[in-house]
Design a protein around this ligand. Sequence first.
Ligand SMILES: C[S@@+](CC[C@H](N)C(=O)[O-])C[C@H]1O[C@@H](n2cnc3c(N)ncnc32)[C@H](O)[C@@H]1O
Ligand code: SF4
Length: 348
Amino acid sequence: MLLYIHIPYCDSKCHYCSFNSFTDRSQSKVEYIKALQRQLHKELETLKPYSITSLFIGGGTPSTIEPSLYEPIFKLLNGYMQEDCEITIEANPNSASLDWLKGVKGLGMNRISFGVQSFNSAKLKSLNRSHTPQNAYKALEDAHKVGFENISLDIIYNVLGDTKALLKKDIDEAFRLPINHISAYELTIEEHTPFEKTPHMRVENLEMVYFVRNEIIQRGFNQYEVSNYGLYQSRHNLGYWQLQEYIGVGAGAVGFRANQRLYPHSNLDAYIAHPLYQSIEVLKDEDILLEKIFLGLRSKVGIAKKLLTPSMQTKADFLVEAKKLLFQNDTYYNINYLLSDEIALYLM
Ligand SMILES: C[S@@+](CC[C@H](N)C(=O)[O-])C[C@H]1O[C@@H](n2cnc3c(N)ncnc32)[C@H](O)[C@@H]1O
Ligand code: SF4
C-alpha cells in the first residue's frame, strides 16, 4: 500500500501553482497535525502490519513543518511500514535548513525531493519562487551531508524567456549536485493562479521538450515517465502509474481504494474539524481501463495485453509492427513517452 500525506502550507504562492496550500495559516499547524493523526489512525486500522511499501509527504511545502511535529505521525506508523519502505519528503530550498534536514533524516526519511524549478535568478523571480539559486545549492549539498542518498529535484521549462542555453545551464547545474533523480515539467497554466491571466508565460515548444529530455538522458539518467528521470526510480511514482491502491491523508489529499477515489475536505478549517470525512467517487471499469492506458503509455509500466479489448489489441499490434510500441512479457510498452496521448487516442 502507498501512503500520501499532504502538508498544505507554503511560505509564498508561486504564480503557476494550483496545489492546495495556504500562506497565511501557519498558526494552525499543530491542530492540523492532530487532525492528520486522527485520519491516519482510522486508515491504518484497515491495513495489515508492515503493508506500507512507500510513504510520500508532499505539499504544499513539508519543510515549513518542524521535524518534531512529524514525530507522532511516525509513532503511529510504527509496525505498518515495510522494513525497506521508501519514505520521501518534499522540500523547498529556502526552508530546508541543515537542522531541518538532520531532523527529518533522523525520523527515518530516506528520499528527498526539492522544488528547485531553475537556477536562474530572473526565472525564479518570474515564477514568484521564494528561494535563490544559492539557497538551492546549499540545501541540496546539506541534504547529501546529512546522509540522504536519494535526492531529487524538480525543474520547470517552456516558460517565457527559456532558451536552450538557459535550460542547458539549469541541467548542468542540477548534475553538479548530488542527485540521482530529476523531474522536468513543462509549465502548465492552471485555473485560479496568477498565470491564468498571463497565459503567454507558457511557451508551446515541442523541440524544447526533446531538447530537455536528451540533455538529461545524455548525462546518464533513465527516463521512466514522460517527466521523470533517474538512476534511482521512485517506488511511489511507479506505484501511482501502476494504479496501485493508495491512502491519501490530509486536506486536499486523494485516496484510491477498491475502485473508489476518496476526497477528504480540502478547506483547512473543515479538515481540522472533520478529518474523518471523505467524499467518494466510484470509478467505472471503463474509467479504470482508460487510466491504466494513459498511465501505462506515459511511463515504463506499459499496458498488459489482457486489459485491452480485442479491437484495442489489433490496433496495439499494428503499432508494434510500426515500431511505435514494443511487445514483451504479454505487455505493450511505449517507446516514446512523448507520443503517449496520441497513441492512447488511437487505441480507444
Ligand atoms: C507539489 S509541488 C510541491 C513542491 C514544493 N512545494 C516546491 O514547490 O518546491 C511539486 C512540483 O510540481 C511542479 N509544478 C507545480 N505546478 C506546476 C505547473 N503549473 N506547471 C508545471 N509544474 C508544476 C513543480 O515543479 C513543483 O516542484
Ligand atoms: S510550487 Fe510548491 S512552494 Fe510553490 S506554491 Fe506550489 S506547493 Fe507552494
